[in-house]
Design a binder for this molecule. Structure first.
Ligand code: GLC
Length: 725
């Protein structure tokens, strides 16, 4: 009987494999559907591994991404469609600070991947928000490693609970898009350990099947060719037991990739985009034959891959239905969307609006609502509920005249060459940003203000893979026409003693100081996926009480951000390297330590309810500190509260941030008057700092301040713990 792969005969299989079969197993089949390659069996998937039928080794399928399964929604000649749910972006998920909902989203994506025949979902992406202009920050969770790691861990648990492999990406320090394939990230060992690696270390507890090494270099060596991070840290120190794949066409030396511990080279056939190269399969065969690559290394990588392949749906012969429960998943996308939107301002109870409010909607993003970012993190849902359609569906009275004018305006503008919708990096539509409509014409805004009770302005921003945002008007800053829109709408409504609400349909921070005092309420709706309009409507109406909190600082000005001094690197117009001069001082670690006031701080978010924090109790045993306290809803409506635990370390031999997040919890829905006793356990090991001299984690002895807050700057309870022994 010919030998066929199973969980128990991997060594036998490896011993019976030819060199060519081994080389094929560590290289993908080439980018499906591109460069003349046939489409994947799951059309639109990002890549596949080779099959070796002789040995019962199936090919496996990999598809993006962090906001949903990215595959082609339609196939030539097929009646069936292959839409997948567009979930909210990662930055919204982390704004929920709710492990359970993130796990549910991961599980729903895992089911959709499974039912469409995908073995590995190339998510979560958990690179740190080092600078607000990174084009892919929408795909990432936070400026803080603990929040990033906890969200990624919950997501991996969800995906893998459905039999689909997850992929922690991009390992490591892929914090910009500018020259991402070649940029050399120069970062101190301490910042690397405490900020950029820490989230991955936390997420590894979920035992992800795969990790994707990053495009960039780290201190001179491509991540995909970097033995220190892939073998010494990831595998030997952290005991990772899955396999590592490259990012698509990353690096420049397959032998170095093999030796460093990058088990799989994706997508394969680099010769299709780099004429000087051969197919990596041939390069690896040649290297072994010429003695440049020890075959034992190749066997090690093959082993790492086979140990995971035997867990996959393809190996187990699962027959995908191609009919995931999209209805059920839409509900999960909605639940996540409402949990992660952040109420930034609500003057004198402007929100929630009365159900029968007459509403005038301003801003093109009310109609061209942005569900997510572009690039590999894009999605192809059956529908997207725009903000205006969500409000109408939920019963708001929308000013029809104004809406018709906006629709006509958008139609006219999209017919102009410069605003035509084009195709992006991965074939998805890219929509050039439209200038806002001139509202002074025909006295439009005055008439709308006369006819309606409240004005709602929607401001949109989109970004994506392949390029970074700009510190310019129309991107980080408002454009002149957006400023004018806010000015004239606010004036027209305020003169009539009526209110103005701004909705931010964005994937990352924008400047708010120049305009936030002109409006009465601000809702950060993020890019909330296909259910966006319904989620926004239900928060505006009060059907849902907003409970999101910021996972990333909104600075007063871009140039307040420490990394603005060297982002995206040197030379600025075509950077070869970027030095992370700010070290560990990223996000609130910088703003709090150097006393720089942000516009909205890390962890900030309002509610329609009000919460008190009471009865703090601190208990310590040899491994952890138990932080217990009550959260009481003293408001008039039910609500959830995200309580955060920060720790301020004693002054010692090493400089430290003012404070660091060491725990968090979201309460259940608390009714008015209801209290919940919360306990957060802080591992004492998590209080250590990385000492570069000794290359060890060090616990500073002394008195630690435990700070319990509604945000990083709204500390409600504090106490001290002596950590001497
Ligand atoms: C892209 C991205 C990565 C994605 C991969 C496959 O370039 O960097 O996140 O998973 O290629 O599409």
């Amino acid at each position: 009987m010919s030998l066929k792969l199973n969980e128990n005969n991997i060594e036998e299989i490896i011993n019976s494999m030819t060199l060519e079969e081994k080389a094929k197993l560590v290289v993908g089949i080439g980018m499906p559907g591109f460069f003349g390659n046939p489409p994947s069996r799951v059309q639109g998937a990002a890549g596949e591994t080779h099959s070796i039928p002789r040995l019962g080794i199936p090919s496996t399928v990999m598809a993006d991404g962090p906001a949903g399964v990215r595959i082609d929604p339609v196939r030539e000649g097929a009646k069936t469609t292959y839409h997948a749910t567009a979930f909210p972006i990662a930055s919204l998920l982390s704004s929920a600070w709710n492990r359970e909902i993130v796990r549910e989203v991961g599980a729903a994506m895992g089911r959709e991947a499974r039912e469409y025949g995908v073995d590995f979902l190339l998510a979560p992406a958990l690179n740190i928000h080092r600078n607000p202009l990174c084009g892919r920050n929408f795909e990432y969770y936070s400026e803080d490693p603990l929040l990033s790691g906890e969200m990624a861990k919950a997501f991996v648990e969800g995906v893998q609970s459905e039999g689909v492999g997850a992929c922690l990406k991009h390992f490591i320090a892929n914090n910009q898009e500018t020259n991402r394939l070649t940029i050399d990230i120069i970062v101190s060992e301490r910042a690397l350990r405490e900020i950029y690696l820490k989230g991955f270390e936390i997420a590894l507890k979920a035992k992800p099947w795969t990790v994707m090494s990053a495009y960039n270099k780290l201190n001179g060596t491509y991540c995909s060719q970097n033995k220190r991070i892939l073998t010494d840290i990831l595998r030997n120190e952290w005991k990772f037991d899955g396999f590592v794949m490259t990012d698509w066409f990353a690096g420049n030396d397959p032998v170095e990739q093999m030796e460093a511990g990058n088990d799989l080279i994706m997508p394969g056939k680099v010769n299709q985009i780099r004429a000087e190269r051969e197919d990596e399969v041939q390069e690896i065969i040649k290297a072994v034959k010429e003695g440049n690559l020890n075959e034992e290394i190749l066997d090690r990588n093959v082993r790492n891959i086979l140990k995971i392949i035997v867990k996959t749906l393809s190996f187990r012969g699962y027959k995908p239905s191609n009919k995931p429960d999209l209805e059920e998943h839409a509900k999960i996308a909605y639940e996540a969307a409402v949990e992660g939107m952040v109420l930034l301002k609500n003057e004198d109870g402007t929100l929630p609006l009365n159900k029968d409010s007459e509403v005038a909607l301003f801003g093109t993003a009310q109609i061209e609502t942005i569900k997510g970012g572009t690039g590999s993190g894009d999605t192809h849902p059956r529908y997207v509920v725009s903000i205006v359609n969500g409000l109408m569906e939920r019963g708001f009275q929308i000013d029809e005249d104004l809406l018709k004018t906006y629709k006509d305006y958008i139609k006219t503008m999209r017919n102009k060459e410069e605003y035509k919708i084009r195709e992006g990096l991965f074939g998805q539509p890219v929509m050039p940003k439209l200038p806002e409509m001139d509202l002074l014409k025909d006295n439009m805004v005055e008439e709308a203000a006369e006819r309606t009770d409240v004005g709602i302005i929607v401001l949109g921003r989109i970004s994506g893979e392949g390029c970074d945002r700009k510190p310019e008007k129309g991107d980080f800053y408002l454009s002149d026409d957006e400023q004018e829109l806010i000015d004239i709408v606010s004036k027209a409504y305020h003169v009539r003693n009526k209110r103005v609400v701004v909705i931010l349909n964005v994937g990352g921070p924008i400047e708010v100081m120049s305009w936030r005092d002109k409006v009465d309420a601000i809702l950060l709706a993020w890019q909330a996926g296909q259910e966006m309009g319904r989620a926004v409507a239900d928060i505006l109406s009060g059907k849902v009480n907003p409970s999101g909190k910021l996972p990333t600082t909104f600075p007063k000005d871009y140039w307040d951000v420490p990394s603005s001094k060297n982002f995206p690197g040197d030379p600025p117009d075509d950077p070869k390297k970027v030095v992370y001069e700010e070290g560990i001082y990223v996000g609130y670690r910088y703003f709090d330590t150097f006393d720089v006031e942000p516009a909205y701080e890390f962890g900030y978010g309002l509610s329609y309810a009000t919460f008190n924090y009471e009865n703090l109790k601190l208990e310590k045993d040899e491994s952890s500190i138990r932080v217990s306290f009550d959260i009481v809803n003293i408001g008039e409506v039910p609500g959830k509260e995200v309580a955060q635990v920060y720790v301020r370390a004693p002054k010692g031999e090493m400089e430290k941030p003012f404070q660091e997040l060491k725990g968090f919890v979201k309460t259940k829905l608390l009714n008015p008057g209801e209290r919940e006793r919360i306990t957060v356990s802080v591992d004492i090991a998590s209080l250590t700092y990385f000492n570069e001299k000794t290359n060890k984690w060090v616990l500073e002895k002394g008195i630690y301040e435990i700070r319990v807050g509604a945000s990083s700057r709204d500390i409600r309870l504090s106490g001290f713990i002596d950590v001497r022994n």
